[in-house]
Design a protein around this ligand. Structure first.
Ligand code: ATP
Length: 263
């Protein structure tokens, strides 16, 4: 193996940084929404970005997906600076937005094919990947149905399949379980955790729901635009001295115990 190959393999290895947020600040009309935010999302890791309403999660998500540009600081995807590299820096990124973005009058296959073509995949390759992704999400038999006929949980699964079609290194999901019932939420959260292990994927999962986070997950707690804790979820709990993540979150976001913000 050449040195260059070894370096590339090493960079793609488990634990390698896939998404770096480096001293990012952002303001809406002079009002700071993010203040000097830094953290890293690594390959093979599920990183939860947890914060109460108004913490700045969606603002950060918008900067990572380039809906806005970072005014201060840098965001790097697979080592490439978004501001310096342009649109191609987004190639290793998969995205699931908070609001559903499927065309309701197209079938599952048509929605996914359209996206695959935008990503430059051939029809044959696209179809192979679409079938494989849907199979993993137990959605294969729904491929010919119009999205309008699917329930919220199944629509979300299609969006997750879509985010994975181009084989990204990192997937970011913004409150992906909003509006879903508890068993459906559990299925989706479990599936995304599995992806980190089976595909060595880096995942950034924004949420205000503590029960979606496992003790060994990486955790970034955002409050009023600032990071108030980072580490594994169990490490953050231990550091705060709280009995559990609910208590830790309440302390970190300065709400009284038992009244964690935005549960
Ligand atoms: P939620 O969970 O409620 O979606 P969030 O953590 O995603 O909250 P943001 O939506 O990023 O938080 O908001 C962070 C701060 O920026 C809040 O004070 C919010 O009022 C403000 N804000 C968000 N979007 C805008 C906007 N378009 N114009 C002005 N202020 C905004």
């Amino acid at each position: 193996m050449s040195e260059a190959d070894a370096a590339r393999d090493g960079a793609a290895g488990s634990g390698a940084p896939a998404l770096e947020v480096d001293r990012v600040s952002f303001a809406y009309a002079g009002r700071k929404a993010l203040d000097d935010v830094s953290f890293t999302v690594r390959r093979g890791r599920f990183t939860a970005l947890l914060g109460p309403n108004g913490a700045g999660k969606t603002t950060l998500f918008s900067l990572i997906t380039r809906l806005f540009d970072a005014r201060e600081g840098a965001i790097r995807i697979a080592g490439r600076d978004l501001a310096k590299t342009g649109a191609s820096a987004l190639a290793p990124l998969g995205v699931v937005f908070q609001q559903p973005t499927l065309d309701l009058d197209l079938t599952v296959r048509q929605n996914l094919r359209y996206f695959a073509r935008l990503r430059g995949l051939s029809v044959k390759d696209a179809d192979r990947r679409i079938e494989a992704q849907l199979e993993r999400l137990a959605m294969a038999e729904r491929i010919g149905e119009k999205v309008r006929a699917l329930n919220g949980g199944h629509r979300r699964r299609v969006e997750i399949a879509r985010a994975l079609l181009h084989d990204p290194e990192v997937v970011v999901l913004d409150e992906a379980t909003v509006g879903l019932d508890v068993p459906t939420r559990r299925t989706i959260v479990d599936h995304v955790h599995d992806l980190t292990r089976t595909r060595n994927l880096a995942v950034l999962w924004t949420t205000h729901l503590i029960d979606e986070i496992l003790p060994g997950d990486d955790l970034v707690v955002l409050h009023r635009g600032r990071i108030v804790a980072t580490g594994t979820a169990e490490g953050v709990v231990a550091e705060t001295g709280a009995p559990d993540l609910d208590g830790a979150f309440a302390r970190l976001t300065r709400a009284p115990d038992g009244e964690a913000a935005a549960r």
